[in-house]
Design a protein around this ligand. Structure first.
Ligand SMILES: *[C@@H]1O[C@H](CO)[C@@H](O)[C@H](O)[C@H]1NC(C)=O
Ligand SMILES: *[C@@H]1O[C@H](CO)[C@@H](O)[C@H](O)[C@H]1NC(C)=O
Ligand SMILES: *[C@@H]1O[C@H](CO)[C@@H](O)[C@H](O)[C@H]1NC(C)=O
Ligand SMILES: *[C@@H]1O[C@H](CO)[C@@H](O)[C@H](O)[C@H]1NC(C)=O
Length: 483
């Protein structure tokens, strides 16, 4: 079995090398440009396939090695350990057997889909129900892993205290803290939580090759590498189907878990959604309706900062995961593919400030004014189907374009007679920016999308009014040159 995998990988590598060689050899010369373009398209498609195959094979091989290693360990200690961090022996005792089995089964399921006859040979007698044990509770409700991304800030304690205190169920929301940076004090802080969470450590602390111009952005390279490793642990190794990513500097709202549990069915049923975020980029106290904590929106802008994704999305992004600036990369059309996120009127996370890589100025000027929701909203008992694309888009476009058009000064003065929501039109990048500045909205774009925008419309609350800052009704897509 193992030899076969090695051979497979070897063959894949050779294929890949040959293909790459031909790409370089066949540099286009002069006239037959079209043909050459076509050919190189074909080659790059082929190359992609080969690369995917290599990744699949590597995962398979890892799984095999792990299986062997675990067997040996098992024989020695009679209690199987999670393979992630050998020093964390007592953590997750209760779950570990299930995890170990399901990880492997899951992995095999994956490779099985493309790589037929491995199932029986590796795990002849695994009961099938173990696969679902890290994905569903016995009553069928989803298990959602909370991945806390940590590095060298002992203030991760503040975040963990809240996550644990508010957590309705340890089984439903297993917390995995992934620590990069090898920081002793932070590791000690995390270790104190014992079996309330799983503490894993990024083993790769090697120097990263960074282009000279980008040396000062080293932190972003480390973060991207860490995310990739941590998400692979959560989705591939531990086998979870769904995860919420929480950074180590976030406060969370009382209904943080309820929010994600309530929106979970939307995420899995609506393929035009790719994330649920706890964050409203324009969620400052004076820009939200404090009486509408139940209100949710769709947004084309990936907000991050406490967000839920599925394993399927991770498997799609992982093979091309970037070396740095992953969040802006995710916002590019090639990754987003026109998919939207759910975001709340009032944020369910708030950052309490960070030193280090993140821009301190951005925090001082903006992030620290974001309002954290304080009321518990029973999302799981509410009908949220208005957020499904087919329902939402029609209602949203109607609401926006049937609203009364006003100017910024009218809105500011509060002398608007017509009831209901209002609209401030914008037609150019600059007019969007000007109006945003006046209102205190974020005025930047990523791949042409304004923060919290949906179909180009930024919706917020001002002077007791719902307001849409909106492009013309014939809007037909984002202009990625807007920045
Ligand atoms: C979505 O999927 C869930 C199962 O995950 C199902 O119970 C629900 O009825 C589906 N439909 C909607 C509109 O949520
Ligand atoms: C939920 O709301 C939708 C409208 O968005 C409506 O069509 C549907 O009947 C509602 N479902 C329930 C169970 O009330
Ligand atoms: C935006 O504001 C600047 C000055 O603040 C002004 O010169 C410019 O004309 C405005 N542009 C638009 C499109 O409103
Ligand atoms: C869209 O509408 C605006 C005015 O509302 C108009 O100036 C513009 O030419 C229209 N664009 C297209 C492509 O129809």
């Amino acid at each position: 079995m193992r030899n076969r995998s090695v051979t497979l990988i070897f063959v894949s590598l050779v294929l890949w090398a040959v293909v790459t060689y031909f790409i370089f050899l066949d540099q286009p010369v002069g006239k037959d440009q079209d043909k050459v373009d076509k050919l190189s398209n074909q080659i790059s498609r082929l190359e992609k396939k080969v690369k995917q195959q290599i990744i699949i094979n590597q995962e398979l091989l890892e799984g095999l090695n792990e299986n062997k290693r675990r067997k040996k360990q098992y024989e020695k200690s009679s209690a199987a350990q999670l393979p992630i961090d050998e020093t964390e022996k007592d953590k997750y005792k209760k779950h570990e057997n299930n995890n170990v089995k399901s990880i492997l089964l899951k992995k095999i399921e994956d490779s099985n889909a493309r790589n037929k006859p491995t199932h029986d040979t590796i795990l002849p007698d695994e009961p099938v129900h173990d696969v679902t044990s890290v994905q569903k509770l016995p009553d069928g409700s989803p298990v959602i892993a909370i991945l806390v991304v940590s590095c060298n800030r002992i203030t991760v304690e503040r975040c963990l205290d809240q996550l644990i205190k508010l957590r309705p169920s340890k089984e439903q929301f297993p917390i995995v803290v992934s620590q990069d940076c090898d920081h002793r004090q932070t590791a000690d802080v995390i270790a104190r939580y014992g079996n309330q969470l799983l503490h894993i450590k990024q083993p790769d602390q090697s120097d990263i090759d960074i282009p000279p111009k980008e040396k000062k952005f080293r932190g972003y390279f480390k973060i991207a590498r860490h995310y990739k490793w941590a998400l692979n642990q959560v989705f591939v190794k531990l086998g979870y189907n769904t995860a919420i990513i929480v950074e180590d500097d976030l406060d969370v709202a009382p209904d943080f878990y309820e929010y994600f549990l309530g929106t979970y069915p939307l995420l899995v049923n609506d393929s035009s959604l790719w994330c649920v975020s706890a964050w409203n980029d324009n969620g400052k106290a004076n820009l939200v309706d404090e009486h509408a904590p139940h209100l949710l929106y769709r947004t084309d802008f990936f907000p991050g900062l406490g967000w839920m994704l599925t394993r399927d999305l991770w498997l799609e992004l992982a093979p091309k995961w970037p070396k740095s600036y992953w969040d802006d990369w995710v916002r590019q059309p090639e990754q987003r593919k026109n998919r939207a996120c759910i975001r709340p009127e009032i944020s369910r996370t708030r950052t309490f400030g960070k030193l280090g890589v993140s821009n301190g100025l951005f925090f001082e000027k903006h992030l620290k004014y974001i309002k954290l929701n304080e009321q518990f909203v029973p999302f799981t008992k509410m009908n949220l189907s208005y957020l499904l694309k087919d329902n939402y888009d029609i209602a949203f476009v109607n609401d926006v374009y049937q609203s009364t058009v006003v100017s910024y000064s009218e809105l500011k003065s509060g002398n608007i007679v017509a009831p209901g929501p209002v609209r401030i039109p914008y037609y150019t990048r600059q007019s969007f920016k000007n109006t945003s500045k006046l209102l205190g909205l974020m005025d930047d774009f990523r791949s042409g999308v304004p923060r919290s925008g949906y179909r180009g419309v930024v919706t917020f609350f001002y002077n007791g009014r719902r307001v849409h800052l909106a492009p013309s009704a014939n809007w037909s897509g984002y202009d990625i040159t807007w920045s």
